[in-house]
Design a protein around this ligand. Sequence first.
Ligand code: 13P
Ligand code: SF4
Length: 297
Amino acid sequence: MKDKIKKLAKERNAIILAHNYQPPEIQDIADLCGDSLELSIKAAGTDADIILFCGVHFMAETASILSPEKIVLLPNKDAGCPMADMIHPDLLMAKLETLPPMPVVTYVNSSAAVKALSTICCTSANVVKVVNSLDADEVLMTPDRNLARYAAAHTRKKLHFWDGCCPFHDRLSAVDVKKAKEAYPDAIVMAHPECRTEVLEIADIVLSTAGMIQYAKTSGHRSFIVGTEIGLLYPLQKENPDKNFYPAATNLMCPDMKKITLEDVAASLEFLIGQIKVPEPIRIRAFKAVQDMIAIR
Ligand code: 13P
Ligand code: SF4
């Protein structure tokens, strides 16, 4: 199956991008694995004819927003993001009517239609930079309340936030982390900013998924408690075979991130199944929000 995928990708001039939470066999066949920011930058800059995205729906949409001339494939159409589904453009417009005029910072984990209503996007890697770049004292952040609270702790601006979250990061508690610390007292606690404030407050460091891989590589520490979706354990261990990684809890699994199989990838490449195309009027407005974010990085 892996040989078939490599051959098809070459014939079609396709690039395979995979998020760091994807299953090991998917990460192993990808041309690039990364966090949302790295994958967006790659999707904006590739000269491939086809971008095959192993991730969830909003990630393939972002690739289509950035590279409208390319075919973008999501090999399993059911791979969505429960957090992205916690906001709808109509509800966002209604919320904006209740607030004084202010910029809207939207996490990339959102639909193209919500991005189109936003001033600028952000990822977990650049949220603080993006918020602080705005020439405004008050900002509305959507859809992740935990990411917004994290940003609020690192800015002088007043942040209003949408009451959404990643159900898997949000289920990690301070009690879970304390238990993990008792079990592995020498380990450094790394947490993702989608986690609750009570977790971020006791973490040693707060990073995006790519940030965690980079930190584990360059840090002198040997053991790490990993406060994010369980899929990150694979690239962490692969890149650092001599270091130890422990999940902060055993229930941090996102089923949507595990939906794409090697068979799906092969079928998608062979028959161009799973094409994602953002309608042009929405794309143009969403493009500005994503492109302005990439310019800041
Ligand atoms: P990052 O890899 O950008 O940190 O994103 C985490 C995530 O939840 C993606 O769905
Ligand atoms: Fe969405 Fe959370 Fe799954 Fe990421 S891990 S795709 S934020 S539900």
